[in-house]
Design a protein around this ligand. Sequence first.
Ligand code: APR
Length: 318
Amino acid sequence: MAKRNKIALIGAGNIGGELAALIVRRQLGDVVLFDIPAKADFAKGKALDLMQNAAIEGFDANVVGTSDWADCAGADVIIITAGVPRKPGQSRDDLVGINLPIIENVANNAKAHCPNAFVIVISNPLDVMVWAFREITGFDAKKVVGMAGVLDAARLQHFLAAEAGVSHKDVRAMVLGGHGDDMVPVRSNCTIYGIPVSQFISSEKLDAIEKRTRGGGGEIVKLMGTSAYYAPATAAIEMAEAYLLDQKRVLPCAALLNGEYGYSDLYVGVPVVIGGAGVEKIVELPLNDNEKAMLAKSSESVRGVVEVAKRLRAQSAT
Ligand code: APR
C-alpha cells in the first residue's frame, strides 16, 4: 500500500506553524507538530486550526500536535526550529548558550526515534546548531543540512529584483558561508536571466544591497521584535521537497565540508544537490580572491562559535 510521507516539525512556534501550513498546502505528507510539554496544548491547538483549513483548502494530510517523541517515530523528514529566536540587538551567535542544550535534547531524541530521517536544522546560530546535531547523532552528513543559503539568497534576490525593476523569477543569486553578518553574497554568480547583474545595477548600489542582505534577518528582528518566519519556512520547504520528490535541486545549504573549499569538519553554506539520497553532491564554485577571502572570514567566525559550543559541551559533561 502506498504510504504518505511523515514530516516531524520540532518546535511549533512561528516557523513551525508556517512550515506545517506549507506542507499540507503542497500535499507533501502528514505533519507532527512537536513542542515541549508546557507547549503541548499550543501545538495541539495549532494542529486543530490547520485541520479545520482542510475542508476549505481541500487537502488530505493529517496534522497532529504533541509533546511525545514517540509520535515522531519513523519520520521521513525532521525540520528543527526548537529554540529561542533573536530579540532586537542580539546576534545569532548570542543564542548559542541557550539553544545548544535544546539541540542536544532534540538530537538525542531524534537519534532514538527517527534514525532514518532527512534532517533540516533552522535553529540559530544555524551553522553551529547543525554541526552540533550531526556531532551528537552521528547521522550520515548527507542526511543532515542547515537552512540558511536559500533564505539569504532569496533576500538578495528580492533586493536585486526591486532595484533592477525586473521579475523575481528572473533573478538568480548565490550566498555562501555562515548564516551571519559576514555571509558571502557571490556577485560573480548573480544574474538576471543569465545576464550579469552588474549590467543592471551599479557597483555602489550592489554594495548597499549586499550589506542589506547580510543584515536582512536583523532588519526584520528590529521591526517585529522577533525573527522572520514566512521566508525561512518556505526556504526549508524547498529543501524538504527536493529530498522527498528526488528533485536534484541545486540549493545553497549549510553542509558538512570534508575538504571542499579548503575546509573540514565545518558546516557552512555552499551550493549542494539535494535529491532522494539527501545531499548528493557539494558543488565547488570558482571564486575570485575577494570572495575567497570573504568565505575564509565567514568560515572562521563559524569555527569560533563551534569552539564555544565544544567548550560548553565539555563543561556540561563534567
Ligand atoms: N523541543 C522542542 N521544541 C522546543 C524545545 C525543545 N527542547 N525548546 C524550545 N522549543 C520550542 C519553543 O517552545 C517554541 O514553541 O521551539 C519553539 C520556537 O518557536 P518560536 O519561539 O516562535 O521561534 P521561531 O521564530 O519559530 O524560531 C525558531 O529558528 O530562525 C531560528 O533564530 C530562530 O532559533 C530560532 C528558531
